[in-house]
Write a protein of this length. Structure first.
Length: 187
């Protein structure tokens, strides 16, 4: 990823988004607090992205977004807002109302019980105007793995997935929705 970022910055490679799944692990962003790694039953990786602790694993779609923000206006806040909008539009294609919450990073679901649970996370880094790392969307991961960390430093709310909401798309359908939403937001 870092090699591609250098190439984008040098103008020798086009912008790129990778869609992938990781093996089960915890990743720490640059703001991760040691005390939020509660029970490290999985491998731990210090990722160098923004944000705190998160879980990555099978059933979660991760999108690494490598864009030249200098050519796109250079506004980091607008970039993060666009990442959120991308996830909101992706979820809407499956009939799910993803929402932003003031003071909390990521995309949230308001449950019928009144609970608010995170369904998508953001953790980016920008080097000399080119973004990398990106977002993750919980499609059908093992949510029990989140018990090993305080996800994104948020103690008062939980995490959810499309599967936990009773929605079971194939990963190919998620990818198609992500691609369509990306074209709408970033073109």
């Amino acid at each position: 990823m870092e090699a591609r970022v250098r190439e984008i910055r040098a103008g020798t490679a086009p912008e790129l988004v990778w869609l992938l799944e990781h093996p089960a692990l915890y990743t720490a962003g640059t703001s991760a607090r040691d005390g939020d790694l509660v029970d490290p039953v999985l491998p731990v990786h210090y990722a160098g992205r923004g944000g705190q602790w998160t879980y990555h694993g099978p059933g979660q779609r991760v999108a690494y977004v490598m864009l030249d923000l200098n050519r796109r206006g250079g506004d980091l806040r607008a970039f993060v807002r666009n990442l959120e909008e991308w996830l909101i539009r992706t979820l809407a294609r499956f009939g799910v109302a993803g929402e932003r919450r003031a003071g909390r990073v990521g995309i949230w679901i308001a449950e019928p019980s009144g609970a608010e649970n995170k369904i998508a996370a953001l953790g980016v880094r920008v080097r000399r105007g080119v973004s990398y790392h990106g977002v993750s969307l919980n499609v059908a991961p093992d949510l029990a793995h989140y018990r090993g960390i305080v996800p994104c430093g948020v103690r008062d709310h939980g995490v959810t997935s499309l599967a936990a909401l009773g929605i079971h798309p194939k990963m190919a359908a998620i990818d198609a929705a992500l691609k369509a939403g990306f074209a709408e937001v970033f073109s």
